[in-house]
Design a protein around this ligand. Sequence first.
Ligand SMILES: Nc1ncnc2c1ncn2[C@@H]1O[C@H](COP(=O)(O)OP(=O)(O)OP(=O)(O)O)[C@@H](O)[C@H]1O
Ligand SMILES: [Mg+2]
Length: 396
Amino acid sequence: MTEVPSQRGFASEIREPEAAGSFRSGGSTEPGGSYEATARVVDAGGTDDDRVVEAALRPRRLAEFPGQPRVRDQLGLVLEAARRRGSPPDHVLLSGPPGLGKTTLAMIVAAELDRPIRVTSGPAIQHAGDLAAVLSSLDEGEVLFLDEIHRMSRPAEEMLYLAMEDYRVDVIVGKGPGATAIPLELPAFTVVGATTRAGLLPAPLRDRFGFTGHLDYYDVADLVTILHRSARLLAVDADEAGISEIAGRSRGTPRIANRLLRRVRDWAQVHGEGHVDHPAARAALALFDVDDAGLDRLDRAVLEALCGRFGGGPVGLSTLAIAVGEEADTVETVAEPYLVREGYVVRTPRGRSAAARAWRHLGLTAPSPGLQQDALPLETGSGSGQEPGTSGRFGR
Ligand SMILES: Nc1ncnc2c1ncn2[C@@H]1O[C@H](COP(=O)(O)OP(=O)(O)OP(=O)(O)O)[C@@H](O)[C@H]1O
Ligand SMILES: [Mg+2]
């Protein structure tokens, strides 16, 4: 394990992202859908309400960070080596779905290096000048956290290439033929970039990160550990059975686990002595419409339409969306990613099909076992907005 440096001078330097406008997270909260994704108790994106609590629940050190063993060990090595050399580590890119700990790890990088952290995000940097202002005010060894780095503007991105590689920015003075670039030397610093969409990063930017950690969904055992810790920090009296029940319905996502814990705590406080136990967890999660598998009303509506109305599919996205009374975009970005990942729904060129797990989950029998055999899975997130039936390639 890495030797833990003193925390002196660090905590007061942390600036948690605040402005909602510059800190929107995750694909599920993208504009365009009619469904209020942020109102979902199982939404992996963070709401303002979450952010207040989350700051208190974030592990501060790598050694306190449960789960993601590969990323944790690799990052630990990179940071420890840098500390021994006495120079800033390589730039770090953290990718993965919302709510899995990217921001948390960025804060941990600064804490382990015993360095201050500057927090900003892609959407907040619309002009190269915005980035130049941030870069030119960095101190030696400071950590620059660029959240949602895939949403930065192109000119800012190009400035960042140079800054990351040569610790230099070219400030352009004047306009037209008379414009000159004045190089400005920067102190050595470390960029920690976070993205939910690593695929959207241009290759030259991706290449400038010496270390890339991809965060994956957590298993139930890790969520149990996380929930025990959160319960302790929130002074919630929770037993093993209650915690396990919540962990199993949290979609592998610590943010959802922590939110469900708070809802169960609310229920327990209103209906009992405040103990988060198995009956409290079951009753509260039933009230919030989160079933045993962590699916909510919208998820189940999609499965019910797919299996009930369309005999398992394949059915086009827009037809499916009409059947559940939602925008196609909402079904695609809010419900579908989890259903596809967990093997309830298969995306095929001819549309969406119900997989065996969907039938099982609804307690139904699939009409024909061969139904999924010619299903040709597509990459999640590819071709968004496009009606799958139009791509024309099927049955390889
Ligand atoms: N490994 C972990 N252990 C304990 N808590 C965790 C862990 N990972 C995440 N969390 C908790 O989950 C919440 C969300 O984490 P975080 O903000 O780091 O996610 P994120 O990946 O940055 O999400 P987004 O993509 O929405 O920005 C935080 O409250 C944090 O405390
Ligand atoms: Mg984040």
